[in-house]
Design a binder for this molecule. Sequence first.
Ligand SMILES: C=CC1=C(C)c2cc3[nH]c(cc4nc(cc5[nH]c(cc1n2)c(C)c5CCC(=O)O)C(CCC(=O)O)=C4C)c(C)c3C=C
Ligand SMILES: [Fe+2]
Ligand SMILES: [Fe+2]
Length: 375
Amino acid sequence: MKDMPMSELKRKKRAIILFNLGGPDGPDAVKPFLFNLFNDPAIISLPNPFRYFLAKLISSRRAPIAREIYNHIGGKSPLLELTKDQADALETALNGLDDGYENRCFIAMRYWKPFADESAAAVKAWGADEQILLPLYPQFSTTTSGSSVKDWKRACHKVGLAAPIKTACCYPTNPGFIDASAEMVKAGYENALKKAADLGVGKPRLLFSAHGVPKAVITKRADPYQSQIEKSAQAVVDKMAIADLDWLVCYQSRVGPMEWIGPSTEHEIERAGKDGVPLVIVPIAFVTEHSETLVELDIEYREIADELKIPVYERVRTVCSHPLFISGLVDVVNETQQELDQNGPDDYAVETRGWWCPDEHSCAVAKQPMGAGPA
Ligand SMILES: C=CC1=C(C)c2cc3[nH]c(cc4nc(cc5[nH]c(cc1n2)c(C)c5CCC(=O)O)C(CCC(=O)O)=C4C)c(C)c3C=C
Ligand SMILES: [Fe+2]
Ligand SMILES: [Fe+2]
């Protein structure tokens, strides 16, 4: 028994739940997907029945625009396929450690299939002993990771899945995420630099473009998203170590009439047009390709850049299954496991009081109720 290799001992069954937003799997799914999104109290914090009717209205109005967006990429989102690749890579890496766990990665999307209910039932059927919740959002927002984690716990309750849970809240400066990003950004920057030199224009400006959120999300919920985005961008810049780099953070994908955080990516593209500088666009809040990178950044914003005669427009791809990113996720799982072993599972009592960022390491608002949460 003493000298038996770990692989021959009975291993704990550990489910790793990967969360992302989800995207329509065909044109017919666009409207119900949008309804699910706008009916989430994390996105529209109105009580029902107001939220329900508003979600019906907005999803009906937005559906034709969104369908047009998805038409550019074959009528559906590639998010699930790319997330499956990440899940496979992470599962292989974790099981290769032979450290006493039998790991299986499950995917739960927030607004389209596979939904939390179906995935929680699969985790229960597999017989998990423990669950690590791993949002595929490096930066915590109540609108993304917070919403997914809350919904997962609801689903666990519904299907009777009682295996202890520990959540990896956020990992904005995780070395694997930053190193993978820095490697890709550096390659994109050098490419743009070469094109700029060939054209006889100046050095490029780097735009770290993150998905925006309404200003009220930051101010009223003390959401750490924006400050974590800035931390990620700064860490990538530090890692790249390029002297006098011209860079800034901006925010894309604004929808609706509310005031959103800024500056907007569109505004910064226009400013670059006025300054006549080449651009390198880096999606810093997404770890997978989808409509907001493949359509918004690659088609819509590129068209604006062309109209403004911006000499170079280089878009850096998201980290997807980059080996450094996957090894970063392995570290996040191991750190979260340590927290589970040392401090016990997530504290439901704290969470039910309101929005809660369960991070214990890098968040200013760790373990604080974050304003009034949804019912
Ligand atoms: C960090 C990631 C994201 C944040 C923060 C976020 C907040 C947020 N999003 C909307 C509205 C929409 N988002 C849509 C798609 C979408 N958003 C993200 C990521 C974040 N959203 C992803 C990964 C996707 C999926 C895209 C895909 O799979 O193709 C959409 C649908 C597309 C469209 O109609 O433009 C909407 C609408 C709000 C209102 C919000 C914060 C309050
Ligand atoms: Fe979004
Ligand atoms: Fe956090």
